[in-house]
Design a protein around this ligand. Structure first.
Ligand SMILES: Nc1nc2c(c(=O)[nH]1)N[C@H]1C(S)=C(S)[C@@H](COP(=O)(O)O)O[C@H]1N2
Ligand SMILES: [Mo]
Length: 242
């Protein structure tokens, strides 16, 4: 008779844990973030999975009153005209030639003007912006829900990511849960006025369930894809839920 293999308590625990996490991931029908597999971005996977599992993602962030509006510094790029000829031209025409180009996995690709966007029912929200540098600010944003635009262009079956491209060459993406969140808007107004250049004119994203840098300014193009393209190696996490 063969001697029974003796398993130490430690081995048993390690094996059980590996099995548990393996089967958890195997059973997990949720998509993994595009940073999955990058050891430095392990925290990203954990917060993404935890938030998407525990909070189905549709809860609303707090909205404030008009009197709560604070001053808000403009950070990062504050005027793409300084280096982008294309943006400079658009700015000189008060953005009348600006088009929101939408391409990728959509049934009706094309360009929407600022006036086109303003024909959709608008949403106005007073929310707190959380910059990764540690400051916060409260402002009022007016725009069109991203969900309305995605429904208008008709996203196709395999679509999973909404990628944004800006005039200052940023590329970033969000998943469909955040894209269809009711407070995710393409904002063209700020504090009751036209969105000013330092804050992202003519149109910026407001994505209230994630940290500040995900709210991309100076939007040029939206690309709907199955695989994530909108995440460069900028050293920041892709998923930044708050
Ligand atoms: N295109 C673009 N979007 C951007 C940035 C930028 O430099 N370029 N900065 C980000 C960061 S870090 C923050 S905190 C907010 C700042 O928005 P604000 O300038 O309106 O305060 O925009 C985000 N979106
Ligand atoms: Mo930021």
């Amino acid at each position: 008779m063969k001697p029974t293999k003796i398993i130490t308590r430690r081995q048993a625990i390690v094996t059980a844990l590996a099995g548990m996490s393996g089967s958890f991931l195997a059973q997990c029908t949720r998509p993994m973030p595009p940073t999955f597999g990058n050891i430095l971005r392990m925290g990203d996977n954990v917060t993404y999975l935890a938030q998407r599992t525990l909070l189905p993602g549709q809860s609303l962030v707090k909205e404030y009153r008009f009197g709560d509006i604070s001053s808000m510094p403009a950070t990062g790029t504050t005027n793409p005209a300084q280096f982008s000829e294309a943006y400079d031209k658009l700015l000189k025409n008060a953005f009348s030639d600006w088009r929101l180009n939408i391409e990728g996995l959509v049934s009706r690709p094309g360009g929407l003007s600022l006036d086109d966007l303003k024909k959709f029912p608008s949403r106005t929200q007073i929310t707190k912006h959380h910059c990764e540098e540690g400051w916060t600010a409260i402002a009022q944003w007016t725009g069109v829900p991203l969900s309305s635009i995605l429904q208008h262009v008709g996203i196709q079956e395999h679509a999973r990511f909404i990628n944004f491209h800006s005039y200052d060459e940023w590329i970033d993406s969000i998943d469909l849960v955040d894209a269809f969140h009711p407070q995710t808007i393409l904002a063209y107004g700020m504090n009751g006025k036209t969105l000013p250049v330092p804050h992202g004119a003519p149109v910026r994203l407001r994505i209230e369930r994630q940290i500040g840098f995900k709210s991309m300014k100076y939007i040029r193009k939206i690309e709907v894809t199955e695989d994530n393209v909108g995440f460069g190696d900028i050293g920041w996490a892709w998923y930044n839920g708050i």
